[in-house]
Design a protein around this ligand. Structure first.
Ligand code: FMN
Length: 353
């Protein structure tokens, strides 16, 4: 897929997720084969006034890999300034968030609130396009519309493209839906049909496996798929999709040993790249993700939440996987491991039994 001059070989993008898609998580996804990653949304205003915490989240991918920075706001000056800051740290793409449904963001008339102001949204795109060099594509991520009665994504996307946007990502839910209900592929198809063919449209919403990816591509005609929650604790989805989209065989789900190996890598990255009191919290989250859906995951999650230090959390996870690998050997379970659902319900049922 080509976004302006930027070539993204694997048509799969890691969805920006606040407090989730930090540099450690993006690195894991990139090393497993995701096509592209984008930072979580960052307030243009905060960046422009020099807020250190926000600037600390604007991180370049490791080893020179290309990446995007997502910004949000509605003030022209700060939007331009934030985009220039992104380019200064090496971003290959600047994405504008026009989809966030959070009350505090909408109250500031940013995020998805901009879907009610297409002219203002288009002006912001133009401001950002003018602020960055011509080879840096400016893109927008938005929703289906404000609510069911205002599904304006197709017209909205066209207005943004006229203003200079080089890629549109559509999450098939409305603002009022938040994260409830289902993402609607039909509205994504309508956007794909409306936007000029040379502008890629990325479909987003509820894709958690290969079938979901294929369905999204087939039902919408989108050029790539963005995956968020489905990648939590399951970054192997990116490896499998990289192989499949390149026409190679599906490597299949990871073994328990591979899960443990990537968990170790993720924790090592957290320890290397993050500091301060949040580190333990980040490691606890990673423990829960990598164990999700596996036999005994709930007990592990509770134990990890009670540990007081990183070493303790690491030991609990090592022991958890050692027990699972032993159990798998004893019971002759299939090599793909025991993870059967994204939400752990099966495992919870197992534990209860
Ligand atoms: C915890 C969390 C944080 C999110 N933060 C952002 C964000 O910073 N920027 C953004 O555009 N979308 C954000 N989203 C929305 C996701 O990018 C994505 O559109 C949504 O989760 C639907 O995709 P999925 O079903 O693959 O998760 C966030 C979602 C979650 C669950």
């Amino acid at each position: 897929m080509r976004v302006g001059d930027l070539l993204i070989e694997t048509p799969v993008i890691l969805a920006p997720m606040a407090a989730v898609t930090d540099l450690p998580f993006r690195t894991v996804a990139e090393e497993l084969g995701v096509g592209f990653t984008i930072t979580e949304f960052l307030s243009a205003h905060a960046l422009a006034v020099g807020d250190k915490k926000t600037a600390g989240k604007m991180t370049a991918s490791l080893d020179g890999r290309r990446f995007g920075v997502q910004i949000f706001g509605r003030e022209e000056g700060p939007m331009g300034e934030a985009a220039r800051m992104a380019v200064a740290i090496g971003a290959s793409l600047v994405d504008i968030n026009m989809g966030c449904p959070a009350k505090r963001v909408v109250a500031g008339e940013c995020g998805s609130a901009l879907m009610r102001e297409p002219a203002m949204a288009a002006r912001l795109v133009k401001v950002v396009v003018d602020a960055v060099p011509a080879n840096i594509p400016v893109t927008v991520k938005h929703r289906a519309g404000w609510n069911q009665d205002n599904l304006n994504a197709p017209e909205f996307a066209c207005a943004l493209v006229d203003a200079g946007a080089k890629m549109i990502t559509v999450h098939g839910r409305t603002r009022t839906q938040g994260f409830s209900g289902k993402s609607d592929n039909a509205i994504i198809k309508r956007v794909r049909d409306a936007v000029p063919a040379h502008i890629p449209v990325v479909g987003n919403g509820d894709v958690v496996d290969i079938e979901g990816y294929l369905r999204m591509r087939a039902e919408t005609g989108c050029d790539a798929v963005m995956i968020g929650r489905g990648a939590l604790g399951n970054p192997w989805l990116f490896e499998r999709l990289r192989e499949i989209t390149a026409g190679r065989p599906d490597p299949g789900p990871p073994s328990l040993a591979s899960r443990l190996e990537v968990f170790r890598k993720h924790v090592a990255l957290i320890e290397r790249l993050k500091s301060g009191p949040r580190t333990l919290h980040e490691v606890r989250k990673a423990c829960a993700w990598y164990a999700r859906g596996l036999y005994g995951c709930n007990a592990l999650r509770l134990a990890v939440w009670e540990t007081k230090d990183l070493a303790g959390a690491r030991v609990l996870v090592e022991e958890f996987f050692a027990r699972l690998i032993d159990r798998q050997d004893r019971l002759g379970l299939p090599p793909e491991g025991e993870r059967r659902s994204m939400d752990g319900e099966d495992a919870a049922a197992d534990e209860a039994a």
